[in-house]
Design a protein. Sequence first.
Length: 526
Amino acid sequence: MTAERANLLTDVDRWPLDGGPLIRLDNVSKSFGDNHVLRELSLEVDPGKITVIVGASGSGKSVLMKLINGLISPDEGDVLVFGEDISDMSGPQLDFVRKRVATMFQNYALFDSMTVVENVAFPLVQNNAMRTREANELAGELLDDLGLGDVLREYPAALSGGMKKRVSLARTIVTNPEVVLFDDPTTGLDPIMTEFVDEMLLKISRDYQLTSLVVSHNMASTFRLADEIAVLHEGRIIARGTPDEMRHAEDERVQQFVGRIKRAAIEEVEADRDATDQIEPIVKIRGLHKSFGERKILKGADLTVPKGQITVLIGGSGAGKSVMMKHILGLLQPDEGTVLLFGENVAELSASDLRELRTRIGMLFQHAALFDSMSVADNVAFPLVERRVMKPARARERVDEVLEQLKVAEIADRLPSEISNGQQKRVSLARAIITQPDLMVYDEPTTGQDPIMCDYVEEMIVEAQETFGFTSIIISHDMASTFRIADRVAMLHEGLIIAEGTPYDILHSEDERVREFVFASQVEES
């Protein structure tokens, strides 16, 4: 990246820092049918500043971003970017604005058929800003700055979620845009990488006088990044101010979010929390090695998951957590080492025995993954009906029992689109445990959730553990939650488990790699 030009796609002078709000929304309303998402919303984004918008899932944050980049138009009100109302612009005019306003999407939006360096260079090549060779060189330099210099020729499918996030960030900023709209830029990143990306955003904002509008669910990241925080509640901005002003806001609706920075603090845990070393293991991994081509992912990893306990697996993006879980599920075969599940060597099982073993495992994914055309009850009953475990009438009785235990019985006959995100999480959990699994696996259950929903999911996991008594493995980047709910914590680093024990053991580890990871998400109180 170079600072000589404000933007590599245009020759227009950049918006002056004293030119007034670069983005302004005046009394903007937007509805979709009977769903009134934004209600007379007003917001100003000052040039050269980082403005972070926080709010509950469904409060209208994504709709707000789409209005600003012209993907949708308001029903009422004005959306001004660079002093002009974008809803009145022609297609070419809007395209020109978008060259000055970049967007980083939450879901990466990378081209599967292009290498990493080609993905990042794409905006420069597509817009004839540079020749391919020059664009690739610039993209390579930026990727190297982001710690991805060794994967330039890889394809997105070979990358971890955290790596994809960094590639997406590189592609977003490679053109030196004046404004960047960041849609939850740290979702799915581990604490160290979150801090790294935050520092990168701060650096480019400072070095290039970038104006950033960030939608975030991560309160630690919000307080690190923000010059100003705006709280979106029921379609309106109800508060706006500096992080310090928001910390001391008296509005309870504001404190529901910014107060979560205190909830995100890692609290001391008791030294006498039950030790788990003598409990029968459900999962026992020893000397696990796995490579993909020349890339060694697991390098002799050991892991023990005690029966009836909650084990949280932590570690950086690309450390091998997902690869380890796929070995436990029998989706991958080890190059070396053993994976024992319920006392069985997974690698030695026949296909039919492996299928049978998997019926004893329930999984809750990051997203609810419910069938839109099925009612809640039918979604939950699906594993029983699909496997012909029991007749539909008996299955419905079982479904009603589980929904009652998870406190969502009243929504049994609704469609997924008619219930809240939190209810969808509980329905997804109900479907996972309907077969009465002995082992539950949670894959980043709080990723992409707002702070209130994170608390809700955490409580749901603990309640389910107490009610159903299964063994749980949680892959997590949420350190505060980890130390609140875990019986055992294991940290995977560069293909090896470098720390394993009770939360107290991990919290007081003297290994600097462990301490750096665990405490990266902490923000000092002002």
